[in-house]
Design a protein around this ligand. Structure first.
Ligand code: ZN
Length: 294
């Protein structure tokens, strides 16, 4: 026989004399503490009913479970929000660190952005564990800043889910440390930072591409055309529509296919980081990508 006995003693705090229910004078010798005893008894087979017990009824247990379920339903959405806010903060912190690596690189290289050459993939190392070069098409652009940052994890965004199918044929795990897309607008390539307004030039941001280079197809602007859409091949009906949520990956509200309320984090050339609300592109200037001053 297994027996659990739980006794809850209300000795002085909830004693009847404090509530005036007992009818006894304070200090009366007949006064006894109230004892509430809850006994849960489990009998071996064949011995059921040997002893009268006071236990929980099934209804009581169900009521308790229902109350817990209601409380969880109230608390969980708030918890999810807190968790997502924490992820967004980590993403911003990672981008900020990438920005510090960028500034150090620029200090060492006459304020000139590097020529990223063929690097347009998500990988850091080859099969032999060697750091890839900028001439390798599968290399991630971040390898330029590796000497300043050491940790490749800095290039990860915790809100990027483990993506089951990628735009390119690569191990989905690789993207987890190559989550930011480089601004590679054709008008901006080869420019010195002295020709740019660093606080108004996008260096990189949350995206599903390793580097964005197809104008309004991949970038957040819509060619400064009011009413036109940006990210056209990521939107509904586009060839990459299944990756849309992985671009506006922060603060996503579910059940709304192409208006998620999500945000993407942006690292600007002066190393400050901002969050951009999901947008059609009307509020995103093309010059933030091209580097033109106005
Ligand atoms: Zn992010």
């Amino acid at each position: 026989m297994v027996e659990f006995m739980v006794k809850i003693w209300y000795i002085s705090i909830i004693r009847a004399r404090h509530c005036g229910w007992s009818g006894l004078a304070k200090g009366d010798p007949n006064e006894k503490p109230i004892v509430i005893s809850i006994r849960m008894t489990m009998y071996d087979e064949g011995r059921v009913g040997r002893r009268a017990t006071k236990g929980f009824t099934l209804i009581e247990l169900l009521v308790v479970i229902a109350i817990i379920a209601v409380l969880l339903a109230i608390i969980m959405p708030a918890m999810r929000k807190v968790r997502e806010t924490a992820k967004e903060t980590i993403c911003k912190s990672n981008l900020k660190n990438v920005g510090l690596g960028l500034l150090m690189y620029l200090d060492d290289n006459d304020r000139k952005l590097p020529n990223y050459r063929s690097a347009n993939g998500f990988l850091w190392y080859d099969a032999g564990g060697n750091l890839l070069t900028l001439n390798d098409g599968s290399a991630y652009w971040g390898i330029v800043y590796k000497p300043y940052l050491k940790e490749t994890k800095i290039f990860g965004c915790p809100s990027l889910r483990r993506v089951p199918s990628l735009i390119y044929n690569v191990d989905p795990d690789a993207v987890q440390e190559a989550a930011f897309a480089l601004n590679y607008h054709q008008d901006a390539r080869g420019k010195s930072t002295t020709d740019l307004r660093p606080s108004e030039f996008i260096f990189c941001h949350d995206h599903m591409e390793p580097r964005v280079e197809n104008n309004e197809q991949d970038m957040f602007h819509n060619n400064d055309t009011p009413g036109a859409m940006n990210l056209v091949h990521y939107r509904q009906g586009g060839s990459r529509s299944k990756h849309y949520r992985d671009i506006w990956r922060h603060n996503i509200r579910a059940n709304d296919a192409f208006r998620t309320g999500g945000r993407a984090n942006i690292l600007w050339l002066d190393a400050h980081v901002t969050a951009l609300e999901e947008t059609t592109g009307d509020d995103v200037r093309k010059r933030w990508y091209t580097g033109k001053r106005n």
